[in-house]
Design a protein. Structure first.
Length: 277
């Protein structure tokens, strides 16, 4: 009997195929966020990117942890996954619960995601007991790749990082007009903005660049973690932004008086352990 586990963000979905004893295959497809994607797009990704790579192996159980999977979107994703994969049992839950199970297992903690978007929760070792709404990259998503990218563009175009303007546009291979079009007229602006974070990472030795990153992480703690009022618990992170900017994240935590627990790049490995255990 095969089990398929998915950790899906807005940019990519990572899959693990398990038998009863161990993981036997990992796959990566385009991200699937039902909050911002229609049925046709999700079905296309499953049919064209996932199914051919599963070959003849068909899972009987599917555990899908995804960004945007809450409320009525859970039932919608269950229907789409069942229709395409034909599994007998399909469980859909938020990427937040996936991250919590991955970094905390069955222990309590504050759990945060920092990737293309950001999110956080209070986890009691079994379930999420509190969640500050992330609000998306326009209204919230503090510390996320999309917001860091937005801040970078703003500081380069109108702020204290104007001296990096030529370097940024050369690295992107586009001009100002194209950048504005990508943000305001093309779909998935959050992905585009998050794609700018490698430029930030490459310039962390610049004090002004580092300050932009640290200040935004301080803002993340203040607007999210502070509301859980659990200074006794460690704050744990999953996601590429948390992983690559770990030192800046730890500095921001120290400023706010928070204790960092685990920082992992990909929740999938922990989810495999959780479900095999």
């Amino acid at each position: 009997m095969y089990t398929l586990i998915a950790d899906s963000g807005s940019t990519k979905t990572e899959w693990a195929l398990l038998n009863e004893r161990q993981m036997i295959r990992t796959l990566t497809t385009e991200g699937m966020n039902p909050f911002v994607m229609d049925d046709v797009t999700i079905q296309r990704i499953l049919t064209e990117q996932l199914l051919p790579r599963l070959s003849e192996l068909r899972p009987e159980r599917v555990y899908f942890y995804g960004a945007g999977c809450k409320d009525h979107q859970i039932g919608r994703m269950q229907r789409l996954l069942t229709a395409v994969l034909g599994a007998k049992e399909v469980e859909v839950a938020s990427d937040m619960l996936g991250a919590a199970r991955s970094v905390c297992g069955k222990s309590a903690g504050v759990v945060c995601i920092m990737g293309t978007g950001s999110n956080s929760c209070l986890y009691d070792g079994e379930k999420i007991t509190a969640n500050v709404s992330p609000l998306g990259y326009i209204l919230g998503d503090e510390g996320s790749g999309a917001v860091l990218g937005k801040l970078l563009v703003g500081e380069v175009m109108k702020g204290d990082l104007g001296y990096l303007r030529e370097q940024l546009f050369n690295s992107l291979g586009i001009d100002e007009a194209t950048l504005i079009e990508r943000v305001y007229r093309k779909p998935l602006a959050n992905r585009f903005l998050a794609s700018l974070t490698p430029f930030l990472y490459e310039h962390l030795n610049d004090a002004k660049v580092r300050k932009v990153v640290v200040d935004e992480f301080v803002r993340f703690f203040h607007r999210n973690v502070r509301h859980y009022e659990r200074p006794d618990l460690t704050v744990n992170f999953a996601g590429s932004i948390a992983w690559w900017f770990a030192e800046e994240l730890k500095e921001a935590a120290s400023i706010g008086g928070y204790q960092i627990g685990k920082i992992i790049q990909k929740p999938l490995e922990g989810l495999v352990e959780y479900h095999l255990g």
